[in-house]
Design a protein around this ligand. Structure first.
Ligand SMILES: [Zn+2]
Length: 243
């Protein structure tokens, strides 16, 4: 079975119910984490996955709310007595990800975050697509702030996660006709969420990266009135979809 689980649906804002935005893919037992901000490593365990089972982390961009728990994650791999890391960890991201990881290793000292028995392998993604194992992913530039969305096909269906994104034509194109879209709704207004739904016709849209409460029913009604045929949901931490 394969699933998409929202580990965090929040932002830099510190809240009881939401961690920073992060999405966990379980593709028949291969775990891929998209973004790793504050509180996400804890959520990973709450979702039933030990940190040392995870071998692939993809970063959308380098804002702290998408990156900061990499520190906790690497330290847990190196030093936790329960479930120490035994396998390489692969970290993927836009140009600059090598500098970020090297910087962390330098600041904390490599011995704090790594053991010689496994490697931290950094992959700078410079193309629009990359592969993890035999799986192909789209890595699409979505302004602003050097952000990238992650897209993939699974069992014939299309999935898209935006990371941080303002409303613009690139985002509409990225979400067009996908089966499930997890979007940054914190940086856009209600009317833009509606417009995104209507223009993209993404079948299910999950609003994440939230700075505020939003009323999905109201958005749904507005979008349906404007010709949207899909479903708008509000994301909650640990919400999971079988794919
Ligand atoms: Zn963000």
């Amino acid at each position: 079975m394969s699933t998409i689980t929202l580990l965090g649906t929040g932002t830099c804002q510190i809240e009881v119910e939401r961690r920073a935005s992060s999405v966990l893919l379980d593709l028949e037992g291969m775990y891929v984490l998209f973004d790793c901000g504050h509180g996400v490593v804890q959520r990973l365990l709450e979702a039933g996955v030990r940190h040392n089972q995870l071998e692939h982390i993809v970063l959308s961009h380098f804002h702290p709310d998408h990156v900061s728990d990499i520190i906790s994650f690497l330290q847990a791999g190196a030093w936790s007595q329960r479930d120490p890391r035994t396998t390489d960890i692969h970290i993927y991201g836009p140009t600059g990800v090598q500098k970020i990881i090297d910087g962390l290793l330098q600041v904390f000292g490599p011995g704090s975050l790594q053991q010689p028995s496994y490697k931290i392998v950094v992959h700078e993604i410079t193309q629009q697509q990359f592969e993890i194992g035999s799986h192909r992913f789209d890595f699409v530039s979505l302004p602003p702030a050097g952000n990238h969305g992650l897209g993939f096909t699974w069992n014939g269906k299309r999935y898209a996660v935006t990371g941080d994104s303002h409303f613009h034509d690139d985002e509409i194109a990225f979400l067009r006709d996908v089966d499930l879209a997890i979007i940054d709704s914190g940086h856009i207004e209600d009317r833009e969420i509606v417009q995104l739904a209507v223009s993209s016709q993404a079948k299910t849209i999950v609003c994440s990266h939230l700075y505020r409460e939003i009323d999905a029913k109201q958005l749904q009604a507005q979008a349906a009135g404007a010709g949207y045929r899909g479903t708008i949901l509000v994301g909650r931490d640990l919400m999971s979809f079988v794919i």
